[in-house]
Design a protein around this ligand. Structure first.
Ligand code: FE2
Length: 360
């Protein structure tokens, strides 16, 4: 099965209640530059969108301008969340036709958008829940983002983010296998064997996970489903809060996680607590690392090692009051895994946060 020639993430678009404030948060806390805008001032009457960039990452935050709008309906049901994980492709029409012929749900027929800076071809397929994958052909387009967007140059205080490392989906119990098959059959992705069919669990709660990746390893999409445990899985809590499946977290890569997390903490970002007993265990489990353990412990950064190397990671609290989408910050030193050795320690922390919200 050949792939669709996906060359990378094009953008991740959030549909939110207040895009103006979401853009501010991304600039002031996460250090993104505001590079483009579309809204009433640019002739778009029904929505406002802010385009934010840092390293190779592009986010778009969009709000509706009236209550009776598809984005407003989406927001009423889901709260703030990821609507679109968009991929760049060399030929959007061909990618769309291939995906649909293989059984993908068409969401947006290929459409050419043009302005003085050139043209972009856009199409989209639907995936889990109300989430879509836009297929974006932008070769030769010279504008800031898409036709209709006005360029801006408002820099943020960069935090060292370089790329989207992976995007994780939460789906209903029993649906993980089908979605893994979807990405294999339709997009030509392959399963990575990191926690193959093995439930990840603590004493109380559990989930199952499969990781799908494109041939180049540029795009990695883990898919979780809840598994039976003594108490309710964190995935179940998400599915109820988001009212269906959707993106659980985005992992953003950095080349200096100590500096990145230090800057984010200084700007008031909160992260999941790490249990006190984590660091002695982690030092014994992981061994020598280039970073100072005192920095990792001070900042609450987790460490995991596999046979290829190690990785450092940390998870933010949910970005809104519903316990739904959050960020991971990750730095890889050879490891291509996802920190499976940290899950135990992390879940204990997640469970405490879940208990504090009364969601058992
Ligand atoms: Fe992750």
């Amino acid at each position: 099965m050949t792939g669709l020639s996906i060359t990378g993430y094009d953008a991740v678009e959030y549909w939110v209640g207040n895009a103006k404030q979401a853009a501010w948060f991304h600039r002031q806390v996460l250090g993104f530059d505001l590079v483009a805008y579309a809204g009433p001032e640019t002739g778009v009457r029904d929505r406002a969108s802010y385009v934010l960039e840092q390293g190779g990452i592009r986010f778009v935050v969009t709000s509706p301008l009236s209550g009776d709008h598809p984005i407003a309906h989406h927001h009423r049901r889901h709260g703030d969340g990821v609507r679109d994980v968009a991929f760049t492709v060399p030929d959007a029409e061909a990618a769309f036709a291939t995906a649909v012929a293989r059984g993908a749900r068409p969401h947006r027929e290929p459409q050419v958008l043009a302005d003085d800076d050139g043209e972009v071809v856009l199409a989209a397929i639907g995936v889990y829940g109300d989430t879509v994958h836009s297929l974006v052909q932008r070769d030769g387009y010279r504008g800031a983002y898409l036709p209709g967007y006005q360029p801006l140059r408002r820099s943020g205080a960069a935090a060292g983010f370089t790329a989207v490392d992976h995007v994780v989906a939460n789906v209903e119990a029993g649906a993980m296998e089908a979605w893994a098959g979807f990405y294999e059959r339709i997009l030509g992705f392959a399963q990575l064997r990191h926690f193959d069919d093995e439930a990840i669990s603590t004493e109380y709660t559990a989930l199952m996970s499969k990781v799908l990746a494109d041939g180049e390893g540029r795009i990695k999409l883990p898919i979780n489903e809840p598994a039976a445990g003594r108490r309710r899985s964190q995935v179940d809590e998400y599915l109820e809060a988001y009212d269906g499946p959707g993106v659980q977290h985005l992992a953003l890569a950095t080349d200096d996680i100590v500096a990145t997390v230090g800057a984010l903490r200084e700007r008031g970002m909160s992260f999941l607590d790490v249990p006190a007993e984590y660091y002695p265990d982690a030092r014994a489990r992981v061994g020598e690392v280039a970073e100072r353990w005192s920095d990792l412990e001070r900042l609450g950064i987790l460490v995991d090692r596999d046979d290829e190397g190690y990785l450092l990671q940390i998870f933010t609290e949910p970005l809104q009051d519903r316990p739904t989408v959050f960020f991971e910050v990750i730095q890889r030193h050879g490891s291509r895994g996802f920190g499976v050795g940290n899950f135990q320690a992390l879940f204990a922390s997640l469970e405490r946060a879940q208990a504090a919200r009364g969601n058992w």
